[in-house]
Design a protein around this ligand. Structure first.
Ligand code: HEC
Length: 90
């Protein structure tokens, strides 16, 4: 019985730390994707100097993609929108 409890605690602990690590990896990936894709036509300071709501970032990124021709996939656009909303959100 006691062993089971220790086992369960270990499993819970391991799954929590695994989530944290992959969360950090995702954040690093999102940041470098943003810096790479959003500095192709203008300086990265152009988006970095702004703060927008989630909806406004969504329409900005979709305008870069659909009107200005930014080479990002739908998935990449989503990642960048989430990154911008979290770090440059209003
Ligand atoms: C293919 C070229 C190109 C790429 C790649 C690009 N942009 Fe732009 N961006 C433009 C052009 C052209 C303008 C000016 C016209 C306009 O606002 O649509 C602009 C303007 C902007 C502005 C200022 C206007 C506003 O709405 O605040 C922001 C912010 C911006 N871009 C963010 C981004 C982000 C974020 C990315 C990455 C997803 C990105 N851009 C990638 C071409 C590009």
């Amino acid at each position: 019985m006691e062993k089971l409890a220790v086992y369960l605690v270990a499993v819970i602990f391991l799954s929590i730390s695994a989530t944290t690590v992959s969360g950090e990896e995702e954040a690093v990936k999102a940041k470098s994707l943003f810096e790479q894709k959003c500095s192709l036509c203008h300086s990265i300071d152009r988006p970095k100097s702004k703060q927008k709501t989630a909806d406004a970032w969504k329409s900005t990124v979709m305008r870069m993609k659909n009107t200005n021709g930014a080479p990002v996939s739908d998935d990449e656009a989503k990642t960048i929108i989430e990154y911008l909303t979290e770090n440059y959100g209003l």
